[in-house]
Design a protein around this ligand. Structure first.
Ligand SMILES: Cc1cc2nc3c(=O)[nH]c(=O)nc-3n(C[C@H](O)[C@H](O)[C@H](O)COP(=O)(O)O)c2cc1C
Length: 232
């Protein structure tokens, strides 16, 4: 696993970021400033989408740091990103549709190179072009929105998406897999980007160190939060 110092040496706004991180670290994984409450009824006709961005790194290309923990999960001989893996578990439990947010640009699989590219993107406030138009999102009632934490923030492709769609009236349930930051300030950012959406205060954040327990953790969260009345 990369220590925070590993990230910071690449990132010029470290002082501010550390402050933000320390403040956000005081939050539990399921807090959000939104006063709005959920009204999720997955057993009715609620139209559900699991929408996620995930960037599995290639461990074989990770040569620069022996402690590096590539963000991959191997299941049935297939490699998934951490967030992708959680997205699949949510989808298997809740049903509905599942869509990956993808960009036209290809991100490097090597961790160090990915960190470098993302640092440059963040400094430039880039908005990577997405491979598809998401105007249809307003046909859903509830969107489980998943993303990794990148530099204590949403990945830039999430900004690309959320600046081009109108999710007014839709319930967004955030979920993330992180390296120590929890949600950081991403829930607040989601509310800022989509002021008329309901950002759930019952989202799910998981440390990437706990990916082995992901299935149980996700199912427990879903059962407890949405009163599904069954475990799978
Ligand atoms: C460029 C980059 C920046 C990251 N910044 C943070 C961070 O600020 N805080 C944190 O907790 N984890 C950070 N991480 C770790 C990822 O959030 C974590 O590995 C996540 O599980 C990756 O999910 P994925 O496999 O679905 O892409 C960072 C990872 C990368 C590649």
């Amino acid at each position: 696993m990369k220590g925070m110092g590993e990230y910071t040496k690449h990132f010029k706004m470290m002082g501010l970021i550390v402050l933000v991180f320390l403040l956000s670290a005081c939050q539990t994984s399921q807090q959000t400033p939104s006063q709005k409450q959920d009204n999720i009824e997955p057993n009715t006709n609620t139209k559900i989408l699991v929408l996620y961005f995930s960037m599995p790194e290639d461990e074989a290309n990770n040569t620069s740091d022996s402690n590096a923990q590539a963000s991959i999960v191997v299941r049935n001989n297939t490699v998934y990103g951490n967030v992708e893996s959680v997205a699949n578990i949510i989808h298997e439990t809740m049903g509905g549709d599942i869509i990956e947010i993808e960009t036209n640009q290809t991100y490097p699989l090597d961790h160090e190179k990915l960190v470098e590219v993302v640092s440059q993107e963040k400094e430039a406030q880039a908005r990577p072009e997405l491979t598809q138009n998401f105007n249809f999102l307003n046909t859903y009632d509830t969107i489980f929105l998943g993303y990794p934490i990148w530099w204590y923030d949403l990945p830039m492709p999430l900004y690309s998406l959320l600046e081009q769609v109108d999710l007014s009236g839709i319930t967004i349930i955030p979920f993330t897999v992180h390296g120590g930051s929890g949600f950081s300030t991403t829930q607040e950012t989601l509310q800022t980007l989509q002021p008329e959406a309901t950002i759930s205060n019952q989202g799910f954040s998981l440390s990437r160190n706990n990916m082995l327990q992901a299935k149980d953790s996700v199912e427990d969260w879903l059962n407890a939060t949405f009163n599904l009345g069954a475990s799978s």
